[in-house]
Design a protein around this ligand. Structure first.
Ligand SMILES: [Fe+2]
Ligand SMILES: [Fe+2]
Length: 238
């Protein structure tokens, strides 16, 4: 989580910075009736079967949302002269999916929703927790509205719009990369005599980032991908 703390240190307002860092270090819901500890943040996927659905996917996604929303805020400020609060964007982006790990469980063949998630989803959990911890309402709104039309409230501030668009864009980017990595890997898995189903791919992406597979194919070719897959799955096929 050091990377998150480093990013949170970019928040200028001392009170918001302190609250954000405290939330990153201890995100567990403060309601004593909540009993689902979920996964560790650093190991958590960002979804069970869609974007970033592999170990470490949530960290990748959150860092990307921080960077993309910050770039959108810069465009709004420098090109359109918008008065946009970058502290609020940064805190909202860092915390937008902070409760996702509480809503997952690891199963033998992948990730699934925990019992807790069936009662309260990650947006409700984070929204009530940020409200309870006295975060500025502008930050609570970002978290509540970050799924856009899929949220109970739509993004109604530039800061919330920046985080919502960054969230959507990064999920789309990852879906495209995963599609490419699946195609590239399936061919090599077949050559190595391995299974090519969903479970085999999840195991592969838990060990190698799909971005690395796509970049290796583009830069170094098929044989380099084959070597990468072979090492990641520890198979001896030739
Ligand atoms: Fe989300
Ligand atoms: Fe997200």
């Amino acid at each position: 989580m050091e990377r998150f703390i480093e990013l949170a240190n970019g928040i200028i307002d001392p009170d918001l910075k302190e609250k954000t860092i405290r939330m990153i270090q201890n995100p567990l819901p403060t309601n004593p009736d909540w009993r689902h500890s979920g996964l560790e943040f650093r190991k958590s996927p960002a979804s069970t079967n869609m974007h970033h659905c592999y170990s470490g996917g949530l960290i990748e996604h959150t860092i990307s949302v921080v960077k993309i929303s910050s770039a959108i805020a810069d465009v709004l400020a420098s090109v359109h002269n918008a008065d946009i609060n970058k502290d609020v964007v940064l805190a909202g982006a860092l915390l937008h999916d902070i409760m996702k790990p509480m809503t997952y469980e690891e199963r033998e063949n992948g990730y699934d929703a925990s019992d807790g998630a069936k009662i309260l989803d990650h947006i409700i959990l984070a929204t009530v927790e940020l409200y309870r911890r006295d975060f500025p309402i502008s930050v609570v709104h970002i978290v509540a509205a970050h799924h856009g039309k899929g949220s109970t409230v739509r993004p109604l501030t530039l800061e919330a719009l920046a985080v919502h668009l960054a969230d959507t864009l990064d999920a789309e980017l990852n879906n495209s990369i995963m599609e490419g990595a699946k195609r590239i890997s399936n061919a090599r898995l077949k050559e190595l005599g391995c299974n090519t189903g969903q479970e085999a791919l999840r195991k592969l992406f838990d060990n190698i980032s799909p971005y690395k597979i796509v970049m290796t194919r583009q830069k170094d070719g098929r044989d380099a991908v084959r070597k990468l897959v072979k090492e990641a799955l520890d198979v001896s096929g030739d």
